[in-house]
Write a protein that binds this ligand. Structure first.
Ligand code: BES
Ligand code: MN
Length: 476
């Protein structure tokens, strides 16, 4: 490995932080109702960063009605493997601005962390590779292998145009392995490769009882309260221990292999670790079984992400005319996403009391993903992380979802998909005060430099040799 490149990257860490800050400044929220022009501006800024890092043929890829993707490549290593590097530049909404300790779209350093929406999820994913590529090209004038980089603009809304994107660009995306830099580490400073993701089935539910709000004194009693109706419907989905009651919902949960069980055990994760990382209030119970990591990574879970009827500001003595919620189930491998969505809707309808009307909209269903993390590509990536972090790499699961992974690696002929990233358990993604641990950011850049070198030595035919190691285990 070229020590000069590693040192050069180290001496430019301040510049890499600046590059990340410049991306965070752009509020590229992909959610409906937010100005999509910011996502376009963000794509242009990412394209600028890729260009100035030395990537070639940088362009913004557009699919009708989709937020823009950014593409760049460096394909001047004939005979060497090609890596497809993935990140996303869209972000979640900021949430309640009053709860941020510093402005969400102005990245600010505090105690070794960089605070701001998208610092970790996932603008750092693009900056990590841009920084590593720039460092290699500046010091050596070349990369040890070929790279293609794709930075998506609609990941946080479930990649709704993925199919069209793949239809249009699958040829352009061909590669021997994928590196997705959008997951995290088991703990701060512990390099990790994620080998499973949960999928998700989610939907908006609207319960209606009357035409308009009614005075709760004048009408209260005989009039159906849609908030109570929705509450009963939601409550019917779980038992007293928090386990879901939807028929068949756990039928596809697989028993872990001996090796998997052993690997989980060796991580020695305790309830104390869990409480500290998630900052659960001391008296609040932990539900859903004793084995926390297994529950997070390998079992389905239910959450109500938002609920609404009137508001704190407009709260008055009324019976609301309607109540709304967004509800979702995280899926594990072998669960059918569409079927799970149907089962969820059916269970809600079955529990709907008093003749209320129930409308569903914005349904989303994407599958879980599982890799058999064996073979030379995973070994090379594991060595690279070990060198960059100075610690042994661990293999972990992830309770989150990235809809892009399964369909993409399939279109690429089942090439290995290696999931890494700089998020740690204190990152707070999707919440207020999201942050990136800067030490892990720099180590991730060093690891990426090692990764290009390590992966350049694996056979360019890794694709056919290891095709079976990356697959989606359920159909959409
Ligand atoms: N980066 C996350 C996935 C993730 C979550 C990685 C937790 C590591 C730990 C990703 O950007 C994300 O949040 N995805 C969405 C996908 C959904 C919109 C289909 C998710 O999991 O909610
Ligand atoms: Mn992400």
């Amino acid at each position: 490995m070229n020590q000069e490149t590693l040192r050069f990257a180290q001496s430019n860490e301040a510049k890499f932080i600046e590059n990340l800050k410049n991306l965070v400044k752009i509020p590229s929220v992909s959610f409906p109702g937010f100005d999509p022009q910011f996502v376009v501006n963000s794509a242009e800024a990412v394209a600028g960063l890729l260009r100035s890092s030395g990537l070639q043929n940088v362009e913004i890829l557009r699919i009708k009605d989709a937020h823009p993707y950014v593409y760049g490549e460096w394909m001047n290593a004939p005979g060497k493997p090609t890596l497809l590097l993935y990140a996303h530049h869209d972000v979640q909404p900021a949430g309640r601005e009053s709860l941020w300790n510093s402005p969400p779209f102005e990245a600010i350093e505090r105690d070794g962390r960089l605070y701001g929406r998208g610092t970790a999820d996932d603008k750092c994913g693009a900056v990590i590779h841009a920084s590593a590529i720039w460092s290699c090209l500046k010091t050596e004038g070349k990369l040890p292998l070929n790279v293609k980089m794709i930075v998506e603009g609609e990941e946080e809304i479930g990649s709704p145009h993925l199919e069209e994107f793949l239809k249009a660009y699958h040829q352009k995306m061909q590669a021997d392995a994928m590196i997705l830099t959008d997951t995290g580490n088991y703990d701060t400073g512990i390099p990790s490769i994620t080998t499973s993701l949960r999928g998700i089935a989610s939907v908006d539910v609207l319960v209606r009882a009357s035409d308009h709000p009614l005075h709760s004194g004048m009408w209260g009693g005989p009039v159906v309260d849609p908030v109570q109706a929705l509450s009963k419907m939601i409550a019917s989905l779980t038992d007293k221990d928090g386990k879901m009651t939807i028929p068949g919902i756990y039928s596809k949960v697989r028993a872990l292999s001996k090796a998997e069980a052993q690997s989980l055990k060796s991580l020695k994760y305790s309830e104390k670790d869990f409480r500290k990382q998630a900052q659960i209030l001391p008296k609040t119970k932990i539900i859903g079984g004793k084995d926390l990591l297994n529950s997070l990574w390998n079992e389905p879970s239910l959450s109500v992400n938002a609920i609404q009827a009137s508001s704190k500001k407009d709260c008055a003595n009324i019976i609301n005319e309607a109540a709304w919620c967004h509800i979702g189930i995280r899926l594990v491998p072998h669960m059918d996403p569409k079927q799970t969505l149907e089962s969820l809707k059916k269970a809600l309808l079955k529990a709907a009391p008093w003749g209320v009307t129930v409308e569903f909209s914005n349904g989303h269903a994407s599958p879980a993903w599982l890799a058999e993390a064996e073979g030379t590509a995973f070994q090379a990536a594991s060595r690279a992380l070990e060198k960059g972090f100075g610690r042994k790499t661990v293999f972990i699961g992830c309770g989150g979802s990235i809809p892009f992974v399964g369909p993409f690696s399939k279109v690429l002929g089942g090439v290995p998909a290696i999931l890494i990233g700089a998020e740690d358990p204190y990152t707070n993604p999707h919440s207020e005060n999201e942050s990136l641990h800067l030490g892990d950011f720099f180590k991730s850049i060093q690891s990426a430099i090692h990764l290009y070198e390590e992966m350049s030595n694996i056979s360019a035919r890794v694709k056919s040799a290891e095709g079976r190691f990356s697959r989606v285990l359920s159909k959409v």
